[in-house]
Ligand binder design. Structure first.
Ligand code: NAD
Length: 260
């Protein structure tokens, strides 16, 4: 239980990778504030399970498109759980379409949720971490923070932005005991990936099986989806004192995708 006495905010943790982060952090004793959308009963079940593991867990319904709501979420964590000592910016959405057909509202939403929310989180959390002289900021970027794929203009732009933002804030906080790193997964089997299959089928005129094998796993030399637990295990390591010198890094968990 090496995170006993620490608190963590994980955005977008009602599902997928975020939920796996929250579970591993709570299993190590951290008091976790989860966030994201979904069925109220399901969210409460998750919150209660996290609380059973670590003694305390809260849910924030902050919308990651709303900078003020993000500020209130950080303040609520400070007041009710302490810290935040660990902030994982993970909420994200996807939309797949060629640039000339890309809906402007989807562009704006992806930039807001996948990129600007991370700025707002850092903006509010860094002063508290500087005061504490300890902090861990982790952003879920993507292989798409390093390389591009067609039909994902907003997502690739946002994730490249996350990589730059992460490096910048790592430099600004380097002497304060704070580390700031990206984790960049390849394709992880979560609802986010499952939901983009129909759009990719349409955009590329492919069957479901063709999208799975020729588009998604085509990029990944291991020919296997990454698991949410593999991603979360790396985040947990970054929270250890042994990881104090890892900052400003973009750590791939992508089955070799970006080695090509
Ligand atoms: P997911 O769809 O399972 O989870 C996304 C989470 O974000 C959910 O909890 C959802 O409620 C939340 N969310 C969405 N919009 C929000 C908003 N406006 N405000 C607050 N919360 C909001 O997706 P996932 O695959 O677990 O993705 C998590 C992160 O990992 C994303 O940033 C994604 O880009 C990144 N990622 C995923 C993959 C993958 O293959 N699944 C690969 C690389 C990176």
């Amino acid at each position: 239980m090496f995170l006993k006495g620490k608190s963590a905010i994980v955005t977008g943790s009602t599902s997928g990778i975020g939920l796996a982060y929250a579970r591993l952090l709570a299993a190590e004793g951290a008091h976790v504030m989860i966030n994201g959308f979904g069925d109220a009963g399901e969210i409460e079940k998750e919150r209660a399970a996290l609380e059973a593991a670590s003694g305390k867990a809260l849910y924030s319904d902050a919308d990651m498109t709303d900078g003020d709501a993000i500020g209130r979420m950080v303040a609520e964590c400070r007041d009710k759980l302490g810290g935040p000592d660990i902030v994982i910016s993970n909420a994200g959405i996807q939309h797949v379409a060629p640039v000339e057909e890309f809906p402007v509202d989807k562009w704006n939403a992806i930039i807001a949720i996948n990129l600007s929310s991370t700025f707002h989180l850092m903006h509010h959390a860094v002063p508290l971490m500087k005061q504490a002289k300890w902090g861990r900021i982790i952003t879920t970027a993507s292989a798409h923070s390093l390389v591009a794929s067609p039909n994902k203009a907003a997502y690739v732009a946002a994730k490249h932005g996350i990589a730059g933002l992460t490096k910048t804030v790592a430099l600004e906080t380097a002497t304060y005991g704070i580390t700031v790193n990206c984790i960049s997964p390849g394709y992880v089997w979560t609802p986010l990936v499952e939901k983009q299959i129909p759009d990719t089928m349409k955009a590329r005129g492919m069957t479901r099986e063709q999208v799975m094998n020729d588009v998604l796993l085509d990029a990944q030399p291991t020919k296997a989806f990454v698991t949410v637990d593999q991603v979360a295990a790396l985040a947990l390591f970054l929270c250890r004192d042994e990881a104090q010198s890892i900052t400003g890094a973009n750590l791939s968990v992508d089955g070799g995708w970006t080695a090509q």
